[in-house]
Design a protein around this ligand. Structure first.
Ligand code: ADP
Length: 289
């Protein structure tokens, strides 16, 4: 089984289902509330376990109840948590507002999800991996992990996330073999590097993959979207798992889109992925939820 190291945020997610996303001077009604472990790195790790990979996590939670619960959720999903540090402080909480069409707006409360610094990275932990996936986190920590992985010849993917333009991810992008961006992030970045794999995720319209040789597109899968939180993380898990199997670009993109569609059709940030469900979506079926 291939081993993937996922590094980045582990959070506590509070999802508020609202009738509409709030606007200035407007008011929205909360219809339902749910909470659970989240954060991109954790979500991708859970997805990878479902797709028959070993997934280890590098990140940090607080020494509070939410930190314990988030660890327990991930542990139950089969993620290796030996690289997750429990540190003094509050686990980062994200408030996710989700409307009837599954669109999401996020409020982030401060917490300790970036307690790992570049000096905390043990090269031996990175060295045993077949692939390293970097999600939103401190750019200096991500750059250090990417550098260690690159030096060891381990493929690196990076999905810097919503705050891409607020922080300097240049050194991370430099080391990444595969870059995953959504439409807004791709537009914000402007000139995309043309010497590596770059995926642009296009929501319900699927995604595009540009390699140094060619460009591929996939229109996505028409599953009912209920909550797009975690769709990009499920997409990343699918793309990486297919890549580790040596799949060709068309297959990587198709598998990733199937996983993204399953993510959008699932309540909450984590998606219950399996090859059986992925193959069903690829065959045009709608697996049960
Ligand atoms: P992110 O979640 O990272 O912002 P996207 O919103 O583009 O990125 O979603 C990632 C992927 O999930 C898309 O490329 C697509 O494959 C799938 N996806 C997202 N929203 C939907 C939807 N409404 N219906 C079907 N698939 C979707």
């Amino acid at each position: 089984m291939p081993r993937v190291l996922c590094a980045g945020h582990v959070n506590w997610d509070v999802t508020l289902r609202v009738d509409r996303l709030p606007t200035p001077d407007g008011e929205s009604a909360v219809r339902a509330t749910r909470q659970g472990g989240g954060g991109s790195a954790g979500n991708v790790a859970v997805g990878l376990v479902g797709l028959n990979c070993k997934a280890a996590l590098l990140g940090s939670v607080g020494d509070d109840e939410h930190g314990q619960f988030a660890r327990r959720d991930l542990d139950r999903s089969g993620v290796d948590l030996s690289g997750v540090v429990t540190t003094e402080g509050v686990t980062t909480t994200k408030y996710l507002l989700v409307d009837d069409e599954g669109r999401v707006a996020v409020l982030g409360a401060p917490g300790v999800n970036e307690a790992l610094g570049p000096d905390d990275i043990d090269p031996d932990v990175v060295d045993g991996a077949d692939h390293v996936h970097l999600t939103s986190q401190r750019p200096d920590t991500a750059a250090r992990i990417a550098e260690v992985a690159s030096d060891a010849g381990i493929p690196v993917s990076a999905d810097p996330g919503r705050r891409l333009t607020d922080r300097d991810f240049g050194p991370v992008i430099e080391h990444a073999d595969l870059l995953l961006l959504n439409r807004v992030e791709a537009e914000a970045l402007g000139d995309l590097p043309d010497d590596r794999e770059v995926v642009t995720k296009l929501g319900a319209s699927g995604s595009r993959l540009r390699t140094p040789e060619a460009t591929y597109s996939h229109p996505g899968f028409d599953l009912p979207a209920v909550d797009t939180t975690g769709a990009g993380d499920a997409f990343a898990a699918g793309f990486i798992a297919a890549r580790l199997q040596g799949a060709d670009p068309e297959r990587m993109l198709a598998v990733a889109n199937a996983c993204g569609a399953l993510g959008a059709a699932t309540e909450g940030p984590k998606t219950d992925l399996s090859w059986e469900r992925v193959e069903a979506v690829l065959a045009g079926e709608r697996p049960g939820f």
